[in-house]
Design a protein around this ligand. Structure first.
Ligand SMILES: N[C@@H](CCC(=O)N[C@@H](CS)C(=O)NCC(=O)O)C(=O)O
Length: 216
């Protein structure tokens, strides 16, 4: 199996964390020729990462990849057993993909203060802070992982995006994202100690340093 990946991508990092958790023998590789190359567009016409090539079966979309890996490599389990607890995990992964990531993503093009659209930045920061408040109300009590005592796909989904939130928001002069959000702060402190998350976030940090250094 092969995972098409870029270390800076929060969506690809979601899936790398699962690969590391499972200890699965999966080759992690860059999209050939870049995301929009004819070669890669044949693999994923949307030109997005991650994509899993499961021995010939092409699976795009990080959460579909993660659920597939969970089914293919059931140990260690990253979904709980009861339907209700599984739903709780999926509520958070869906919340991440549909509501938390978009306002953050909209800020990626606004990192350079010299050509920033201040109106857009203010709108997206407000939206992001609102979604962080929603996340605070959804997370388990401090001391837990996202949905309870066990590490799940919800933690895999949230960690790379909160990495960006904590690293990028100060550059926009935004309110500190962890302040007044004790559940988020407690979870963030705990999840970063998980070896799979630690490894994946270190890769993201290195890629971010390289990107900032290149002036992009
Ligand atoms: N819903 C997709 C989102 C994937 C996505 O947007 N990936 C970004 C990198 S973080 C990407 O490939 N962007 C390139 C583009 O949209 O052109 C998933 O969960 O995998």
């Amino acid at each position: 199996m092969k995972l098409y990946n870029m270390n800076l991508s929060n969506f690809a990092t979601k899936s790398r964390i699962v690969v590391y958790e499972k200890g699965a023998q999966i080759e992690i590789t860059s999209p050939p020729g870049g995301l929009k190359s004819p070669e890669y567009l044949k693999i994923n016409p949307l030109g997005k990462i991650p994509v899993l090539d499961a021995d010939g079966t092409i699976i795009p979309e990080s959460e579909i990849i993660n659920e597939y890996l969970e089914e293919k490599f059931p140990t260690p389990a990253l979904l709980p057993k009861s339907p209700e607890a599984r739903a709780a995990v999926r509520i958070l992964t869906r919340f991440h993909d549909l509501y938390l990531d978009p306002p953050l993503r909209a800020l990626f093009g606004q990192l350079n203060p010299k050509n920033r659209d201040e109106k857009l930045v203010n709108e997206k920061l407000t939206e992001l802070q609102t979604q962080l408040d929603h996340l605070e109300s959804m997370l388990a009590e401090p001391g837990n992982f996202a949905t309870g005592p066990n590490f799940t796909l919800a933690d895999c989904a949230l960690a790379p995006t909160i990495f960006f939130v904590t690293n990028l928001l100060p550059g926009f002069g935004a309110n500190a994202p962890l302040e007044h959000r004790p559940r988020l702060a407690g979870w963030w402190n705990k999840v970063q100690q998980r070896p799979s998350v630690k490894k994946a976030l270190a890769e993201m940090a290195e890629a971010m340093k390289a990107m900032m250094g290149s002036g992009r």
